[in-house]
Design a protein around this ligand. Sequence first.
Ligand code: SF4
Ligand code: SF4
Length: 168
Amino acid sequence: MKIKFHPCTKKYIKSTCFGRCCHSSTGSAKVSIENNLIDRFKKRKQKVVKGLLVINNKVCLFFDKSFCTLHDTRDKPFGCIVSPFKLNKNDTLIVRHRYISMICHRQGTKPVYKVHKKSLILVFGKEQAKKISLRLNKSSDDFSVKILIKKYDVLKERETIYKKTKVV
Ligand code: SF4
Ligand code: SF4
């Protein structure tokens, strides 16, 4: 959780990384869509099959001019917001492997738990995320935290979907 990343700001995305994490390097982009968003994506005339948005392109179809057009809307998938993190098979929250190859890691200036604070807030809630951050400020030791079962299930389900489609 102390791996360094460059802050994921609009300016940085538009000038430097060009939203690299919304592109696939191996075939079509894969975006997991949680069940409660499926109807909203249908209204946007998009198809979701087995939890994945159907995209026949290396770049997500909601990506435009170096930016996510769903950013700051209710439709931005949970999976996209928490994307830099994943729960591994031991239920430990770790940085998703593909992010290690991104330029924002190579140009990293701050620990990932600070840069991607929004992701932690979404997963653990504001209070808990604050406690996690304070704890990480003081120590690098592993520790346990509680997570809502609903959020846990979405994270696990997402890993199952990605595993089937070989996303690391
Ligand atoms: S996580 Fe990294 S690659 Fe993705 S948009 Fe943010 S800065 Fe860019
Ligand atoms: S929905 Fe937005 S954040 Fe998610 S992959 Fe597409 S462009 Fe990127």
